[in-house]
Design a protein around this ligand. Structure first.
Ligand SMILES: *Cc1c(COP(=O)(O)O)cnc(C)c1O
Length: 462
């Protein structure tokens, strides 16, 4: 299987090549040239598979022989073996036909472990085989950083540098990153916001001349195709638990960079019967404005109680737009370069097509807290603020109550004590493996909001 750029100006690449990079040279994102498609009969045969077994079925065609099947199986098994729940992605019922899928049973308590545990093992295997060393450079508003560090700290051929905005991540999130041991692990707090961190990372990828000969940067944000690939699995898994593929299901997805819900869109393109895909955003609502008003324009970043969705632009949306634009990379490139303009919109016919695929809702902090409290009162179950945004959007957009509605529960509430307290509830205790988090030694550098400060730091720590 080949991977092509959404901007249409870069050559097609293999799985291994897209695994070991970030954006395509033309500024686009890599997508599979074609998708595998499965009939209902084929999907039905996967009923009853364990999570890792199902993951192998779904992931294997995308890896396309780059890793021998038996080895791939071993890497996938290892990736999900240390999840704290045997089901890996358990479903919990909130009400009649209303479900949440708990995606926070991995080591860092957010869904990002699903992709980054696997990414770590894939990188380790491929780099060892190639006798190659790489540098991971990533920016995080919280959850990506800890999941990436946890996933990659065992990789001998990786030096990993994670930028977070100084004093702008929750204390649990910061400690989850800065207490990860290892000489190859580096945390950098940048005196700026998340967008500043992202800008620095993007600029460093654009000019990698600061790296020693033979080294290259690898992305761990959801620009990296391997992350998307891993996330397709749980959509199939959830459906198969609830009567799929012979019955439709709907998903509501707390959305920031559009990586998670894009994986849901791909699952549907691959043949999974999905009725609704709901984009749930907080007040950083560019995607909701697009879906409801055909308005695709940036507005100022707002800091909310669901910080992992605080973004101005969702990078993976470009992957969906590529399909919406009939895979015309040139047209898409023009649209993307103009996307800073006010009142930016797309052709109304295409916009109607998008509305056939996605519903959307934006949820304020106030309502987020109300929903945390309401769900707790209804069920005794505590959800985190990102999940609350998803549950609210699911309830608001649900078009058919006979179809199971599954909200992706993207993080454990212990990571977001602020919101839980604001909802008038008590923060739960840290899980067993993190009990001593507040006693562990922290290591991080605080750097100025400047590219040269970061590249200089990377140079002197390789
Ligand atoms: C990253 C994250 C999201 C957003 O996921 P995207 O793939 O960026 O849309 C939502 N919730 C939590 C808890 C996250 O960590």
């Amino acid at each position: 299987m080949k991977y092509i750029s959404t901007r249409g100006q870069s050559p097609a690449q293999s799985f291994e090549q897209v695994l070991l990079t970030g954006l395509a040279p033309d500024g686009g994102l890599y997508v599979p040239e074609t998708l595998p498609h499965y009939s209902r009969e084929e999907i039905a045969k996967w009923a009853g598979l364990g999570y890792a077994e199902l993951a192998l079925k779904i992931i294997s065609p995308f890896v396309d022989g780059a890793i021998p099947e038996a080895k791939l199986k071993e890497l996938i098994d290892k990736s999900y073996a240390n999840f704290s729940h045997k089901a890996v992605a358990p479903l919990r019922m909130l009400g009649a036909n209303e479900w949440v899928m708990e995606l926070y049973c991995g080591p860092t308590l957010a869904f990002k472990d699903f992709a980054l545990q696997l990414l770590g093992h894939l990188l380790d295997y491929v780099l060892t085989r190639n006798n190659q060393k790489v540098v991971i450079l990533g920016a995080t508003s919280g959850d990506t950083g800890s999941a990436a560090l946890e996933g990659c700290r065992h990789c001998e051929n990786v030096d990993i540098f994670i930028l977070h905005p100084y004093q702008r991540v929750s204390e649990v999130q910061r400690r989850q990153m800065t207490t990860v041991p290892g000489d190859n692990v580096h945390n950098i707090a940048v005196r700026g916001n998340f967008d500043d961190c992202q800008r620095i990372v993007k600029a460093a990828f654009g000019d990698q001349s600061f790296l020693p000969e033979g080294r290259q940067l690898v992305a761990v944000n959801s620009i990296n195709w391997a992350r998307i690939m891993a996330q397709i699995v749980y959509y199939f898994y959830a459906s198969l638990q609830l009567g799929g593929p012979h019955r439709e299901v709907s998903f509501s997805v707390p959305t920031g960079n559009f990586g998670d819900i894009y994986a849901g869109y791909l699952a549907r393109q691959m043949g999974l019967p999905v009725r609704q895909l709901i984009i749930a955003t907080n007040s950083n609502d560019i995607l909701h404005r697009f879906m409801s008003r055909n308005e695709y324009s940036q507005s100022a970043l707002k800091h909310t109680l669901s910080p992992s969705m605080d973004i101005m632009v969702s990078s993976n949306f470009e992957r969906y737009l590529f399909d919406l634009f009939g895979r015309d990379g040139k047209a898409l490139a023009q649209f993307m370069t103009a996307s800073g303009d006010a009142n930016h919109s797309i052709d109304p016919v295409r916009w109607q097509d998008a509305k056939q695929v996605f519903a959307s809702a934006a949820v304020s902090d106030e309502v987020t807290c109300e929903v945390i409290r309401q769900v707790y009162e209804e069920t005794g179950f505590l959800i985190d603020p990102h999940t609350a945004v998803g549950v609210k959007a699911a309830r608001e957009c649900n078009a058919d109550h006979a179809v199971p509605m599954i909200t992706l529960a993207t993080a454990h509430p212990v990571k977001f004590a602020d919101a839980v307290t604001r909802a008038g509830l008590e923060t739960p205790a840290l899980p067993e493996h993190m009990r001593d988090l507040f006693e562990r030694e922290e290591r991080y550098a605080v750097l100025d909001n400047a590219l040269s400060a970061v590249t200089g730091y990377v140079q002197s720590h390789l």
